[in-house]
Design a protein around this ligand. Structure first.
Ligand code: FES
Length: 411
């Protein structure tokens, strides 16, 4: 496959003709797939998409079209030709985002709305299949040679061609600190997966109240932007809490929105529209008796909103404080590494790290799934929900799971 990669690279770099092996492959693709990798078009054709490029060949212009490229690169034949690594391991040599199966994005803009956050605009590649407003994306960056994954909720509208992330700088936060200090246009990040059920119903509620605290503003901002992009005529109110006016993200954009009642609460300097923390007076000031409330922020804010509006759909991105379960005294066997220890009641991830292992992890709160490991035997308890697993073999999120007796984990 090396010759093919060289050919792809050279065809991006200049006006080289396909050699005879290229021609053989093209002919074979033509016969077996019913498509040609190269298509003749007029000189004047311009193609705005970065996955499409043009080069002169025999007084005509040859180009990759996205559709053809995708069909070809995802074909079983190309899969076979590029085995065992897969076509992405070759095409990424040409451009890091030129992958068919691995969703990635290029940072195209970096701006700072507040001193303690950074806002990134990402252009995803063709492998990214989108998200629903309110969901999170597992973002992967490489820091000191290790891939680190963290979930972030986009603030951009559902269906937007660009993804906007606003990432708060959390003291001690490895990925947030790295992105706040090092993110720059041209940087490529992984988009490992999309998840979360913090989403609006398809039939939009008639009167909607959004409540957010700190960096929890991003998923509700995405919901609000989505509704506006839809041309929604729903009644909307928005309460946002920040420590001070200087730390309030999106204040300018929210303030300029017509038809949205926006109230700010500044918990440190008290200079906002609302005083103190969320309570019935804040609810009354924003929107008495809403049809739906969406809240994202620290756990205390979520609980305060639910005290007054129990049906509120909520998401909290602040790691929960685990109360260790009772020490089971059971034997934990990390079977891949041969490490064995006695359970002390903490999550399996913490116990593995303290024994010198370095399992992959992300959110450390059971959301992103990056710590998932196979439990081949034994029972574990989810420290957030209290759910006890079966003794069957299954995948468990070791950041929120503690043993109940002996367990074997593939790690
Ligand atoms: S680290 Fe995210 S689910 Fe465990």
């Amino acid at each position: 496959m090396a010759w093919r990669v060289a050919s792809l690279r050279s065809s991006r770099d200049g006006d080289e003709r396909p050699d005879s092996r290229d021609r053989d492959l093209l002919d074979r693709l033509d016969r077996e797939l019913g498509v040609r990798l190269f298509t003749d078009v007029k000189h004047t054709t311009t193609w705005p998409n970065p996955l499409t490029r043009c080069c002169k060949y025999d007084n005509s212009v040859h180009m990759f079209t996205e559709t053809l490229t995708q069909r070809v690169l995802r074909s079983p034949l190309v899969d076979l030709l590029t085995g065992p690594h897969g076509v992405d391991r070759y095409t990424e040599l040409v451009a890091p985002t030129w992958t068919q199966r691995d969703a990635r994005a290029t940072v195209v803009a970096v701006r700072r709305q507040t001193p303690r956050s950074v806002t990134l605009t990402l252009e995803p590649n063709q492998a990214f299949t989108g998200f629903r407003a309110g969901q999170h994306i597992n973002l992967t960056v490489e820091i000191d040679g290790r891939r680190r994954t963290r979930p972030y909720s986009p603030a951009s509208a559902e269906g937007s061609p660009y993804i906007e992330l606003t990432i708060g700088h959390h003291d001690g936060g490895l990925v947030s600190t790295y992105l706040n200090h090092h993110a720059r246009p041209g940087m490529v990040v992984g988009l490992d997966s999309v998840g979360g059920d913090f989403v609006m119903p398809t039939a939009r509620p008639r009167r909607v109240l959004f409540v957010s605290g700190g960096s929890g503003i991003t998923p509700v901002m995405s919901m609000l932007r989505t509704m506006r992009a839809e041309g929604s005529d729903r009644e909307v109110a928005f309460i946002h809490y920040a420590r001070s006016a200087q730390e309030a993200c999106y204040a300018g954009e929210l303030g300029a929105m017509s038809g949205v009642r926006v109230l700010h609460g500044y918990t440190r300097d008290g200079q906002g529209d609302l005083e103190g923390y969320f309570g019935p007076d804040h609810l009354a000031a924003a929107m008495p008796e809403p049809d739906a409330v969406f809240v994202c922020g620290p756990q205390a804010l979520v609980e305060a909103v639910r005290t007054h509006y129990p049906q509120a759909l909520a998401e909290s991105f602040v790691p929960p404080v685990f109360t260790p379960s009772a020490e089971s005294g059971g034997r934990i066997a990390f079977t891949d590494s041969g490490v064995e220890l006695t359970d002390d009641g903490r999550p399996l991830l913490e116990q593995a790290e303290d024994s010198g292992l370095t399992p992959e992890s992300g959110c450390r709160m059971g959301i992103c799934g990056s710590c998932t490991r196979r439990k081949s035997s034994g029972v574990v308890k989810n420290l957030i929900t209290g759910t006890v697993s079966s003794s069957e073999a299954e995948d468990v999120r070791i950041c929120v799971s503690a043993p109940v007796g002996d367990v074997d984990i593939a790690l």
